[in-house]
Structure formats: C-alpha cells, structure tokens
Design a protein around this ligand. Sequence first.
Ligand SMILES: Cc1cc2nc3c(=O)[nH]c(=O)nc-3n(C[C@H](O)[C@H](O)[C@H](O)COP(=O)(O)OP(=O)(O)OC[C@H]3O[C@@H](n4cnc5c(N)ncnc54)[C@H](O)[C@@H]3O)c2cc1C
Length: 314
Amino acid sequence: MLEGISMFKMLLLSSSHGDNVTVSYDLIVGCDGAHSAVRRQMMKSTLLNYSQEYIPHGYIEMSIPATKDGQFLIEENYLHIWPRNTFMMIGLPNTEDHTFVITLFMPFVKYESIQNEHDLLTFFETEFPTAVPLLGRENLVKTFFSTKPLPVITVKCSPYHIGDAAVIMGDAAHAMVPFYGQGMNCGFEDCLVFESILDQCGDDFAKALPEFTRLRNDDAKAICDLAMYNYIEMRASVNTRLFLVRKKLDNALNWLLPQIWIPLYTTVLLVVVSLTGFATLTLATSTVWLRFHSSEILSGSWMQQLSALFQLKT
Ligand SMILES: Cc1cc2nc3c(=O)[nH]c(=O)nc-3n(C[C@H](O)[C@H](O)[C@H](O)COP(=O)(O)OP(=O)(O)OC[C@H]3O[C@@H](n4cnc5c(N)ncnc54)[C@H](O)[C@@H]3O)c2cc1C
C-alpha cells in the first residue's frame, strides 16, 4: 500500500504484514482512477486544491442482445436516449458482437423505490415501454436485481504534479460524469500532451510537470463542467420544443457558416482530435447523432417547457 510520496523522490510502501519499505524513483505517474491513492498522498506534500462532487444519480448497465443472425436489434449508428427529465436511459452499440449496452441513470432514491419484480416491470412498462421487449423481461429482472447502482463523481484538483517527482493523469486528475463520453479520451489526451511536453522540455521533469498542469488544468475543468451540463441536456432539455428549435437553428447555422458556427459537441470532438483545448468552449450550442425514444416529448404547454428549462439551467 502507498503510504507516502515526497518531493525527494522517495516512496513509502507498506506490506500486508505491516513492513515498511522506502523506494527511490525517477517519476511517479499516478493513473489510479477517481479515488487515486497517488493524489491522496500528493495532497499531503503540496498545496493541492481538491474538490469532488457526486451527483444524486447512480447507474446500472444492462444489455440488448443481438438478433439470432447476429445483427443489431436497433439502429447501430446512433446514441439512443430515453430522456425522462429527472432520469434517463441510453444505449450504445458494441460493434464486436452487435449487442447494445443500455445504461440507466436515475436518482438513488428512485432505485430504492423499486423493491421487487412487479415494481420494476411496472416502472419499465410505464417509462420505457419500447425498451422492454428489446431488453427482455427476464433479462431485465435478472440484471437489475443482481447489481447495485454505481455512483458517478466529478473530481477537480490543481496542481496535477509535485515538483519534478509525481504527476497524476486520467480520472485521478479529472474524473467527470460520463455524459460527454470523454473521460477516457481525456486520459489518452493527457498522455499525448505529456509526451509532447516532454519532447519540448528535453525530458526535464522539473520543467515538464508544471507545464503539464498549466496546459491541462483549465481544459480538464471545462470538460468536467460541459459533461455535467450535458446530463441536463440529455435527460431533460431534449424534451422541450425550445431545445429542438435551437438544435435545428444550430444545424442550419452550421450548414450556412461551417467555418464560423460549429456546434458544441462537434467542437468537443474536434478539440479532442486536434488538442487545442476545451477551456475556450462555451455552453452556447451542441449537436450529436441522437435517436430519442420519447414518452412525452412535445407534450405540455410552451409555458411549462420554458419554465422547466429555466429551472434546470439555474
Ligand atoms: C458509466 C460510464 C460510462 C463511460 N463512458 C465513457 C465513454 O463513452 N467514453 C469515454 O471516453 N469515457 C467514458 N467513461 C469514463 C472512463 O471510463 C474513465 O474516464 C476512464 O476509465 C478513466 O481511466 P483511468 O485509467 O484514468 O482510471 P480507471 O479506469 O479508474 O483505472 C484506474 C486503475 O488503477 C487501479 N488502481 C486504483 N487504485 C490503485 C492502487 N492503490 N494501486 C494500484 N492500482 C490501483 C485500478 O484498479 C484501475 O485499474 C465512462 C465512465 C462511466 C462510469
């Protein structure tokens, strides 16, 4: 177990027998996830600001099988969304076996209200009637009750390094809610950016590590915020006429002015590819190939929808 990291490149480890071992090293790169032990130890050695936020929603993963002849049961080139305002279900294709991973994001308190098979099937038949035959009732019941909803967390911290001794990357540095699908991509991007910085600094860790924090911190915080915002958009805003109108306008402006008007989601993907930075993005606009499985889209008055949108955004 990791017991301590120092500026002096000494690592204190303890074994399960209680023995302590001190090890010297050149560089620690902590890629140990949202609950990073490396980050925890770094916090003891430097002025590392840290915040974490759990959303009140947990997730459960289920699966839509392939057809008997191995084809996708629903259109594969889409992110399928069942948006229900305070919760949602999404479906992502597995290109290898043509199944779909279906993820339900829902408040923990709502999970707790589903106690038995009857509660579950009533809930699904009411909220996701189109998904029930795809998931299969038996499969749905079995999967739902054999697992527990897992939490999702946002982690922001700064700096990402101590001296020339240690640096954190990936979720250890910037765990984010999964609603932009960019958490892992950002981890890979960290590696590319760090490699490029090392090249520029001639592998001098004393220069490279602060530069990594300087270049990555604002971008990582920005994508954490964008991901959080996208949850509201995916589960609720898409249920409003205003959103659909805005989306059409967004696409029309992009078609008319492709160099000037780039929808937010496209920009995020381009940024990941081109490594120019998330921090300059705004929350003005977004687009992605989506297939909505609605129960109530476009029901309710304009006034209700506007007020719902206003409440969600404040
Ligand atoms: C529901 C969901 C959907 C997602 N969808 C997407 C997506 O579509 N696209 C995307 O880009 N990202 C997505 N993500 C985010 C993505 O999964 C994470 O950002 C990514 O896995 C982070 O990688 P990591 O290596 O930094 O951390 P992790 O994947 O958490 O890996 C950390 C590793 O460190 C190990 N470890 C931890 N502590 C120690 C220790 N003390 N000693 C030794 N080893 C240790 C762990 O066992 C683990 O193997 C999603 C996340 C969730 C929850």
